[in-house]
Design a protein. Sequence first.
Length: 216
Amino acid sequence: MTTLLHIDSSVFPGEASSSRSVADAFRKAWEEQHPAGAVIYRDLAADPVPHITAGAWSAGFAAPSERTPEQSAAFAARVQLIEELEQADAVLIGAPMYNYSIPSTLKAWLDNVIMVGRTSGENPSAQGTPVTVVASRGGSYAPGTPKEPYEYVQNYLEAVLKGMLGLDVDFIVPELTLAPRTPAMSELVPLYEASRKRAFEDAAAKAKELAERLAA
C-alpha cells in the first residue's frame, strides 16, 4: 500500500485557492492509481502546527530521561510530523507565494520536520522521497521577467527540501493568478488561463507518472 502525504497551506479555501485546486487535481489522479492507498492530510491553515520553540529544538539533543515535561511534549509533536514524512512514499505540498515567500504555517512545518541527525544531515531518513510542490503566485517570477529577483519560493524550497531533507523535488507553477480580478493585469488573462490549464494537466500527468514509477 502506498502513502501520500498531502500538505496544504493556503489561507483561502477550495477553488478560491489555486494551490489547493491544483494539488487536489494531483491527489485525485493519485487516488485513481492507488484506490487502496493511504493519504495523510494536513491543512496547515485550518490546523497549524506549533512554531518551533527552544524547548522543542533542544529536546532533540537531550536524553529522554533528561527532558522536562514541556520538552517531551514538544518533541513528541515534532516526531509525529517527522514520522508522517518518513512513512510517505510521495509528498504533495501546496505552497502559494505570500509577500515573495511561503506561508508562515508551511515554514513552521519545515522547522519542525528538519531535525539534524535524523531527517537532515549525512543520511536523511526520507532521502529520495519524491515531493511535488504546487507553487502558485499572483504574478510571474519566471526567468527573464522583471520580478525574477524576488522568486524566493522555489529557490528556498529547493534548498530546504532537496538540500537539507534530501527529497526529490518537482514543481508545478500556476502563475498570474491575480490577473482575472486585477484590472491592471487584464491583458495577462490569456497567459493566466494558459498557465492554469497547464498546471492542471501537469498535476494529473505527474501524479499518474509517479504512481506508475512507484508501482514498478
